[in-house]
Design a protein. Structure first.
Lengths: 332, 552
């Protein structure tokens, strides 16, 4: 990359980061008004039937809910600039503290699943393309479509039924066994992996099928390009052509989809979390919405928005790493 | 895949299997695992708003007195808890309590009268905003509900104190017996900061169990506190609350043996669970009933400060006819599979001495319903299948909150039943928060919901005509006779008179039928037979669970 191109690249990335922050800010602002204008009152659970209206007002005052919405918004904006998303009404802890507790699990869980989705789909696609067997290709394409269309709750419950109830091999739910804390280091790691097998399969299967289809189609298309025929004519090994030339070109469309997928799963994987009782962002977000814990709802959306922007940004960087010609595309 | 990879994979699965076998031993230990649907957000008794929170907080912070359900009389009987005895003054204006001498907090400090007085002060302090704020009207308090400690308490010694009541108030021991919190811990924290304090997550307790560890959204482990005055050698060493939000998963874990105890089992699962050798199933009737609310007054006029009878539901003849038009027995038999029972009034059968056996549910009788409607002027004169009175057709919307399959099923039956007598209902689902807001604002004409009945029985907030007192009287029902009874119930009267008044109340309510009472829904509990000595009553499921023992 020459110096001019590099400085333009840095400038564009900077502008892009700024626009991402603005998007995020607009998103949480919009959400702020929507949830405050929606019916329902977060103080409901604190208000007993025997409580007089004066006491109810004092509770609302404690949550700053008796101020005009505009005043609440300005306080909210100034707090955001100070890096403070407020205190959760339910947890009575800072929103960042609550979110970190749940996000740390989601980050690990979603990352492992994402790695499984990408690596397994690429491996499968390479295998199938290498075989060059029409029948296998057709079966694998149909199978990927079928697997992709299975809802997560059906897959999760089916897996539990087979592996936990009938075969009694894997745990039904939870992140660790009840004796986890009494285990030494390595058994602890294994214990958590053992608990994560079914959730990871449930979360990853759809992604594997989706990515597989993308890569497979893209590889089929690139396989027929003239530059591949030229490479073959030079006598290059077929495996080498596949790994060094077809795959890098075929992976480009996958990266954009993968960026979006990574953002989604980092934002929370509600169904998998509920079925397997996992402490992730999806459950936290839904619980906070249902209990009208406004600061926490905004915190969850803020986190989901940030990871979505970050994941897409990462996807762009990955595309760049694979194909330098794309710098122009990104700059545009 | 080469041989090396296959070997590695096999090794990995072998390790997992070893762990699997190891973890299966957990349920054979001296612990009870209780499946719950949601995690707690605090262990503080001050802010234990949810069912799970209060069940756990009650185990950590015992109250002054212990209450046990007397199933013969349908009442609570008081027993000593942290006090060993108490004595009423002759004029019932105060009670003198004698604390036990052997109660220590889990940090080793002794529990004294000062802790008791301090607890009342904190629970009633508006700066703290505890769950009991505003409920101490039997004690001398400020206008904001804060107890006047000087007037209400007299500490005689570390083990003796008196509680003085407001003149002519009704001293209710159940309301009086609040959980006691440690003064030496809470006095260090500013009152308005207690809610955000670390102590809510690391409780210093005095109950039969103390907190061992909390894995958020996973498990809460309580361990037996051998220094507690309630500790018995037979009690379980650990009580684990396992958070499993998915109902199916909870039931599967119960069947597999990973969980020992589950509440709110669905009726359709009863037979399958009963068929399991290791499980027992109990159905408790009686603290929650479903009903259809009919707004007795016009919602629009109410919003303008006027009270005008509702054009559809203002007459008790019409409301009775509506109840008679609905085949409640069919819903009860088909959806609840006969569990629970039909409701006649808001007084449950569990209150044996107060329950009026002579008040019988209205039978499903569409013909009689049509007659009652005709008496009130509702007739289908234009023969279009819908009743009308003047220019008004009998058409309305009925709302219910989303997420309850029983109400979803019942709404279809009700719609069809009412159609057959010439009433057209359109059913609308509403988000719970919005639904509750609309109920408080008395905006709905008709709705389907449920009420839980408190123990001891309390009727005034639900049926008193003044909306400032009857804050939960969403149907805006008003009857001066009923108001008179409810006022009398709040006076110092003996239990016999009280029961008599409650029986009279049921007769009037049955005549007026302010809402259509549908059915009492059961709480079905399934548990592993290795748990012994359970005493499950309508008062509570987990109360006294330190008395549960385990089979070897």
């Amino acid at each position: 990359m020459n110096r001019v191109l590099r400085s333009q690249f840095v400038k564009t990335i900077f502008i892009r980061l700024l626009s991402s922050l603005l998007t995020l800010f607009l998103l949480v602002s919009f959400l702020f008004f929507i949830i405050r204008l929606s019916p329902g009152d977060p103080t409901d659970k604190y208000v007993s039937a025997k409580l007089g209206s004066e006491l109810s007002e004092r509770i609302a005052e404690k949550f700053s809910l008796n101020q005009p919405v505009a005043d609440q918004y300005f306080a909210f904006v100034s707090n955001i600039f100070k890096g403070d998303l407020g205190v959760s009404y339910n947890y009575r802890l800072s929103v960042f503290e609550v979110i970190w507790e749940y996000f740390s699990f989601t980050l690990i869980f979603a990352s492992i699943s994402f790695i499984i989705q990408i690596s397994l789909s690429i491996l499968l696609a390479i295998r199938v393309v290498r075989k060059q067997n029409k029948r296998i290709e057709q079966i694998s394409t149909n199978l990927s479509l079928f697997v992709y269309s299975i809802p997560a709750f059906v897959l999760g419950v089916t897996l539990i039924y087979i592996f936990s109830v009938h075969l009694n091999l894997l745990p039904i739910s939870g992140l660790k066994s009840l004796d986890h804390d009494e285990l030494s280091f390595f058994p602890r790691i294994f214990d958590q992996l053992y608990h994560l097998i079914l959730p990871l399969i449930t979360l990853s299967v759809g992604g594997v099928a989706l990515f597989y289809k993308y890569i497979k189609e893209s590889m089929d298309e690139i396989k027929n390009h003239t530059f591949v025929a030229n490479l073959r004519a030079t006598g290059l090994d077929e495996n080498l052509i596949l790994r060094k030339h077809i795959l890098p070109n075929a992976i480009r469309p996958l990266i954009s989809v993968a960026g979006v997928e990574l953002g989604i799963i980092l934002g929370g994987t509600l169904i998998t979390e509920v079925i397997f009782s996992l402490p992730g962002m999806g459950r936290l977000a839904i619980d906070s919405i249902l209990s009208r814990d406004y600061p926490l709802v905004i915190g969850c959306v803020f986190t989901a928005g940030t990871v979505m922007i970050f994941a897409n940004f990462l996807a762009d960087l990955a595309k760049l790493k694979i194909d330098k010609r794309m710098i122009k595309g990104i700059l545009n | 895949m080469n041989k090396k990879n296959i070997n590695l994979l096999l090794l990995f699965f072998l390790s997992l299997l070893i762990i699997a076998c190891d973890s299966k031993q957990s349920t054979t230990n001296n612990r009870i695992v209780i499946g719950i649907s949601a995690d707690v957000q605090t262990f503080s008794s001050l802010f234990a708003f949810s069912y799970e929170e209060s069940a756990i907080a009650d185990l950590l912070y015992p109250g002054l007195l212990d209450f046990r359900w007397n199933s013969e009389r349908g009442e609570l009987d008081p027993y000593p808890m942290i006090v060993q005895s108490w004595r009423w003054s002759e004029d019932s204006s105060y009670i003198k309590f004698y604390l036990r001498d052997d109660i220590f907090w889990s940090d080793g400090i002794k529990l004294t009268s000062e802790d008791v007085v301090f607890s009342y002060d904190v629970f009633s302090d508006p700066d703290v905003q505890s769950r009991l704020l505003g409920t101490f009207n039997q004690l001398y308090s400020d206008s904001d509900g804060h107890i006047d400690i000087e007037k209400a308490f007299k500490v005689i010694s570390p083990n003796e104190f008196e509680i003085h009541f407001v003149e002519n108030s009704v001293a209710d021991l159940v309301k009086l017996s609040i959980p006691i919190i440690p003064e030496h811990i809470y006095s260090e924290i500013s009152r308005d900061q207690i809610a955000n304090s670390e102590i809510n997550f690391n409780p210093v307790s005095s109950g039969p169990f103390k907190l061992k560890k909390w894995n958020r959204n996973q498990t809460i482990t309580l361990e037996a506190d051998s220094n507690s005055f309630l500790f018995t050698s037979g009690q379980a060493a650990e009580l684990i609350f396992k958070v499993v939000p998915d109902y199916t998963s909870r039931i599967l874990q119960l069947r597999k043996g990973d969980i020992d105890f589950v509440e709110l089992v669905k009726v359709e699962d009863i037979e399958d669970l009963k068929a399991e050798d290791k499980l027992s199933v109990i159905s408790i009737v009686g603290r929650e009933y479903d009903y259809i609310g009919w707004n007795n007054i016009d919602p629009e006029s109410f919003s303008q400060g006027k009270i005008i009878p509702n054009k559809f539901f203002g007459s008790n003849n019409v409301r009775k006819a509506l109840t008679m038009s609905i085949d409640r027995k069919a819903i009860h038999n088909e959806y609840l599979l006969g569990q629970g029972e039909l409701a006649v009034s808001p007084v449950s059968r569990i209150f044996k001495l107060a329950f009026n056996m002579e008040v019988k549910p209205y039978e499903y009788d569409p013909e009689e319903a049509k007659k009652l409607l005709a008496q009130d002027g509702w007739k289908d004169e234009d023969r279009n299948g819908i009743l009308e009175k003047g220019n008004e057709e009998f058409k309305f919307k009925m709302y219910y909150p989303v997420g309850n399959p029983l109400r979803e099923y019942a709404s279809v039956v009700i719609k069809n039943n009412l159609k057959s007598v010439g009433i057209e209902v359109s059913i609308e689902k509403m988000e719970l928060g919005t639904f509750i807001d609309n109920l408080y604002d008395r905006k709905l004409n008709s709705w389907m919901a449920a009420w839980g009945v408190p123990i001891p029985l309390e009727l005034k907030p639900f049926w008193y005509s003044d909306p400032n007192i009857g804050m939960l009287n969403f149907a805006c029902y008003g009857n001066s006779e009923v108001d008179k009874i409810l006022n009398q119930l709040n006076k110092r009267i003996n239990n016999e008179r009280k029961n008599e008044l409650v029986k009279q109340f049921q007769v009037i309510i049955h005549q007026d039928e302010p809402v259509s009472f549908l059915y009492w829904t059961p709480n079905i509990i399934a548990y592993n037979k290795r748990i012994k000595n359970l005493n499950i009553t309508p008062y509570g499921v987990l109360v006294h669970c330190w008395e549960w023992t385990l089979n070897e």
